[in-house]
Ligand binder design. Structure first.
Ligand code: SAH
Length: 350
């Protein structure tokens, strides 16, 4: 059970310093608490051994460190991918996915309960939007995953439920927390924020000075097709988003990842390859090809129900053409399909 106390988890180091000021505590206490909370991942103030007993008692009485309750987990048949299901203190359910792969273990975190975007190929969109996660709730998915795996998480992708840039402040705060970590934590170089394309927020993230990696869910290089599969494109056009990610790449010195879900007849044609090649030449980037994961478990209707995956051979041809033009292409595994933990399948039926 998550207690009905104020939540401490999610405060950045600067916010902890302000809190120390307000409570007439020296600033170094902020560093100590930060370290316990985000590096040692303690779940009880009494474990913060270098704080005075009085301070520990005060903190325990007024605050809690626990924002999420792990209520279930499911492993895929090959025992690699693991889906974690959490309950928030507001009694909502969210999911994270642990994806081991050769020499790294990636954690895919959610930033919202549901999603307000209506991307036609995504299960989370079909469940609608419930709420933004707090920075503590975003961080706690990592804390739970680290405890569960014995500190094996090496990379984080903000690619679970929700649109991170529509929960901008909390996403930014969670990145600030990761950026601040002083021990063997995860550096921002190992963190990728994925967005469907909220151009003004991409610019804001670029200016924040936090140099995480950025992925743009591209899915088509043509405005009309993109608008059909991702209605948000009517508000922030592809053109605007491409200018924004180009600026992001310049500001951060990173390469953009273009995510591309292969949809039969919609974005797997010859002209799509050509457009991708010319785009890749313009923006420092790599392409992440994603086989379309079925939404059947959600009983979609309308245009969503018409979407079909591009065949495996056709994907191979498509990828070969890109690679022949010297483009860096990665084809993502459909890991976790059997437990509905693959990309775009996260949606809670609890
Ligand atoms: N809102 C963010 C992050 C969540 S989606 C974004 O749009 O980027 C994370 C990735 O999963 C995106 O690239 C998305 O396009 C992809 N995805 C969504 N539904 C999918 C599906 N059914 N099959 C394969 N990938 C999917």
């Amino acid at each position: 059970m998550i207690e009905n106390k104020k939540i401490f988890k999610g405060l950045t180091l600067d916010e902890l310093k302000v809190w120390c000021d307000e409570n007439k505590l020296p600033k170094f206490r902020a560093d100590q608490i930060f370290n316990w909370m985000y590096n040692y991942l303690v779940t009880d103030f009494n474990e913060m051994l270098n704080l005075s007993k009085d301070l520990r008692n005060k903190l325990s009485e007024e605050y809690t460190l626990n924002t999420l309750e792990l209520i279930d987990s499911k492993s895929s048949d090959n025992n690699k991918t693991k889906k974690l299901i959490f309950k928030t203190s507001s009694e909502h359910f969210i999911e994270s996915v642990i994806i081991p792969d050769q020499n790294r273990v990636t954690l895919c975190v959610s930033t919202q309960v549901g999603c307000p975007l209506d991307c036609q190929f995504c299960a989370t969109g079909l469940m609608g939007y419930k709420k933004n996660l707090t920075s503590g709730e975003i961080f706690d998915q990592y804390a739970h995953a680290q405890r569960l795996t014995g500190n094996e998480i090496t990379n984080i992708v903000y690619m679970g439920m929700g649109e991170p840039l529509l929960n901008f402040n909390n996403t930014l705060k969670s990145l600030e927390i990761f950026a601040e970590k002083v021990t063997e934590g995860i550096s921002l170089k190992k963190i990728t924020v994925s967005t469907a394309g909220i151009a003004p927020k991409i610019l804001e993230l670029a200016k924040s000075g936090l140099k995480s990696k950025l992925a743009l869910s591209l899915h088509s290089c043509f405005e009309d097709i993109r608008s059909k599969i991702m209605p948000i494109n009517n508000k922030y056009s592809l053109k605007e988003n491409l200018n924004a990610v180009n600026f992001y790449a310049e500001q951060t010195g990173t390469r953009i990842t273009f995510e591309y879900v292969m949809l039969k007849g919609l974005n797997d044609r010859k002209e799509d390859v050509k457009a991708l090649i010319s785009l890749s030449k313009r923006i420092p980037s790599k392409i992440n090809i994603i086989p379309f994961n079925s939404l059947e478990h959600m009983n979609p209707s309308g245009f969503s129900a018409e979407l079909k995956p591009t065949s495996k051979t056709k994907i191979e041809e498509f990828v070969d053409r890109l690679r022949n033009s010297n483009i860096t292409v990665l084809v993502r595994d459909t890991q976790g399909d059997d437990i509905a933990a693959a990309c775009g399948q996260l949606a809670i039926k609890y």
